[in-house]
Design a protein around this ligand. Structure first.
Ligand SMILES: CC(C)(COP(=O)(O)OP(=O)(O)OC[C@H]1O[C@@H](n2cnc3c(N)ncnc32)[C@H](O)[C@@H]1OP(=O)(O)O)[C@@H](O)C(=O)NCCC(=O)NCCS
Length: 160
């Protein structure tokens, strides 16, 4: 198992953040389908593209005692670290797992020299917005009609 190293990340015992692999894709797809509306679900080929193209530590899963709890993907946009997606299995939510993955990606941004981390979130995704706020992200822009169903997105950013 390839652990995705980063400094200063405290995880619960039995929990590791590691690079995603092809073998994880069935579970990632299960989490994806359980987490997003159909129109927002990433196709498997997109995850495969991220596996091929992204740097070490940019497409990670959180493994708790051998089972995959969630995943997160970081890319680059306009010289900033860009949160492409994050999802936690519905039965494993509210235990701080997304917070751990986000802190991991923040430290990756820092290691890679990105001074800012940015993301888009549906304006009605109250829970995700609250977590981002708690972590220090602030709203910098609203993108009208950003999603396929016409919903707006908030752009949130944090210095890393
Ligand atoms: C948004 C999402 C990723 C959050 O995942 P999560 O693992 O439940 O998030 P966390 O546990 O880190 O934080 C959630 C809550 O648990 C609380 N929490 C943090 N650590 C905790 C702990 N050790 N024990 C209990 N609760 C804890 C947080 O304070 C937060 O509280 P809140 O709901 O009052 O804001 C998850 O709901 C999800 O996958 N949603 C669908 C996909 C999605 O919307 N992705 C984001 C797209 S932008």
């Amino acid at each position: 198992m390839e652990k995705a190293e980063t400094k200063n990340l405290e995880l619960k015992k039995g929990t590791v953040v590691r690079n995603a692999t092809e073998d994880d894709l069935n579970k990632i797809m299960e989490i994806e389908r359980a987490s997003f509306k159909r129109a927002d679900v990433f196709p498997r080929v997109l995850f495969q593209k991220y596996l091929r193209e992204l740097n070490d530590g940019f497409f990670v899963i959180l493994d708790r005692c051998g089972s995959i709890v969630g995943y997160a993907i970081l890319g680059e946009k306009d010289g900033k670290g860009y949160l492409i997606s994050i999802a936690i299995h519905p039965q494993r939510r509210n235990q701080g797992f997304a917070t751990s993955l986000l802190k991991f990606l923040e430290s990756k941004c820092n290691e890679k020299g990105f001074t800012t981390m940015t993301l888009e979130v549906r304006v009605n995704n109250k829970k995700a917005i609250e977590i981002y706020r708690k972590l220090g992200f602030v709203e910098v822009e609203k993108k009208k009609c950003f999603y396929e169903d016409g919903a707006d997105a908030l752009v949130m950013e944090k210095p890393t």
